[in-house]
Design a protein around this ligand. Structure first.
Ligand code: NDP
Length: 419
């Protein structure tokens, strides 16, 4: 019996909520809240009669801490699942502390306005000190560790697939396969085709900012930064086939470098088709990816937000997307004095996801782990006060839940390595 407040009702949240409703003996009560309450009402209507979970909806602007505190106090949840946008992470964490409730999210904090001088001063200092220039990093949320510990509350950060499951795979490899891990390569392949010349698989603003940023990775425990898309490899993915993939900065590299410090090299690769890259380069060249407001016909607009309004809503891609995703981690290291390698991954089919929950696999592979992470917190399998990323918990019950609820693992003890 537990009450959960879900903030956000976009592509990922809609999957997470539907999966929670499949586990209605645990998720007995859910409140779905966002600024556009009609979207929350539509999902509630779709699910009613198909689940025992009692659902309510609410309007909330999660940029406003007081509104979130008021909603938490009136609904009295055991857990707040933040599946809105990374911009809201800190206000929702503050609200959870004030109202005394556990917190989780699927992506680490980044500011909506990267021109804000007070944020920028801290950001520029971090770029120099740490050596990577992505707009997002864990420092903002790790700064809440002591406050959550003292309040006896848990904050679980980044519980989607990547970040999220990829870190559980690292903890699993460390627990079951290796005495020491030397290298980690995270490979995110989307072999899906939606038939549009250009569309993003999740929130366009967050997605385009992530992939247009410089790439970075850990080598000998230090950050190395490279121009965007400048390291390319080809890999033959199980279930998908050969794809080009590019080295990107990704948030779990930062936490894995802290929590698995013996790993000398940690890299993240994502596949992109040529059409996606050509469109992105062109949009960037003409300034459409900018987050700085410009005046247009007497009205202030933010180019990337305007672009988001023109692009297909990721939540509508499901019906037309065919093909599979394959996401996982390749490790090298030692066990009992012997060198070994290991690959753990999941293959997910876009159309199977659509048949089950009406979404494509990118939302599905994020929404299912969000539900499984919530399940770990509600069933007290992951139960310690403070702020944690996924690799800091026992991976076994989480990976067993993923196996059960739609994202089964596959393993290969002799994988082809990435050079
Ligand atoms: P969408 O844009 O589809 O949905 C975002 C939702 O948040 C909308 O329902 C929006 O509704 C709501 N929202 C936005 N701002 C506010 C606000 N101020 N107050 C309340 N609600 C708000 O995004 P996705 O579902 O694609 O992504 C959700 C999250 O998942 C993002 O943080 C994304 O980075 C993360 N993600 C993580 C992945 C992983 O593997 N870890 C992979 C993919 C995504 P409204 O506008 O009505 O308020």
């Amino acid at each position: 019996m537990s009450r959960v407040l879900v903030i956000g009702c976009g592509g990922v949240a809609q999957v997470a909520i539907q999966k929670c409703c499949q586990v209605d003996d645990v998720f007995t009560d859910i409140c779905i809240a966002s600024r556009t309450v009609s979207k929350c009402d539509a999902l509630k209507e779709k699910l009613e009669g198909k689940t025992k979970t009692k659902m309510t909806t609410a309007k909330v602007n999660a940029d406003n801490k007081d509104e979130v505190v008021a909603l938490i106090k009136s609904y009295q949840p055991d857990l707040v699942m933040n599946i809105a946008l990374p911009y809201q992470d800190l206000t929702i964490m503050d609200a959870c502390l004030e109202a005394g409730v556990n917190y989780m999210d699927t992506a680490n904090y980044e500011p909506e306005d990267t021109d804000d001088p007070s944020w920028r001063a801290i950001y520029e200092k971090r770029c120099t000190e740490k050596g990577f220039s992505a707009y997002f990093d864990y420092s903002w949320q790790w700064a809440y560790k002591k406050k959550f510990e003292e309040a006896g509350l848990t904050a679980l950060l980044g519980c989607g697939f990547d970040p999220g499951v990829t870190q559980a795979y690292c903890a699993y490899a460390k627990k079951h396969e290796f005495d020491t891990i030397d290298t980690i390569d995270i490979l995110d392949c989307n072999g899906g085709d939606h038939g549009y010349a250009f569309a993003t698989n999740f929130n366009p603003e967050v997605n385009l900012r992530e992939v247009s940023a410089p790439g970075s990775y850990i080598e000998n425990n230090k950050w190395v930064e490279i121009p965007a898309m400048s390291i390319k490899r080809e890999y033959n993915f199980d279930g998908v086939g050969k794809k080009d993939m590019y080295l990107l900065h990704h948030e779990e590299i930062e936490s894995l470098n802290v929590n698995i410090p013996e790993a000398k090299r940690i890299r993240f690769f994502m596949t992109f088709g040529q059409s996606y890259l050509d469109h992105m380069r062109c949009l960037e060249d003409v300034g459409m990816l900018s987050t700085s407001p410009v005046m247009f016909e007497g009205k202030e607009i933010v180019p990337i937000k305007f672009l988001k309004a023109l692009l297909p809503d990721p939540a509508t891609l499901g019906e037309r997307t065919v093909g599979k995703t394959n996401i996982g981690c390749i490790f090298t290291g030692k066990k009992d004095g012997q060198e070994k390698s290991y690959y753990i991954y999941n293959i997910c089919d876009h159309q199977e996801c659509y048949k089950e929950v009406g979404s494509q696999a990118v939302s599905y592979t994020t929404g299912v782990p969000a539900m499984c992470g919530a399940l770990m917190l509600l069933e007290k399998k992951w139960n310690k006060a403070g702020v944690y990323t996924v690799e800091e918990f026992d991976p076994d019950p989480f990976i067993a839940a993923l196996d059960q609820y739609g994202l089964p693992k596959k393993e290969n003890h002799h994988p082809v390595l990435v050079d």
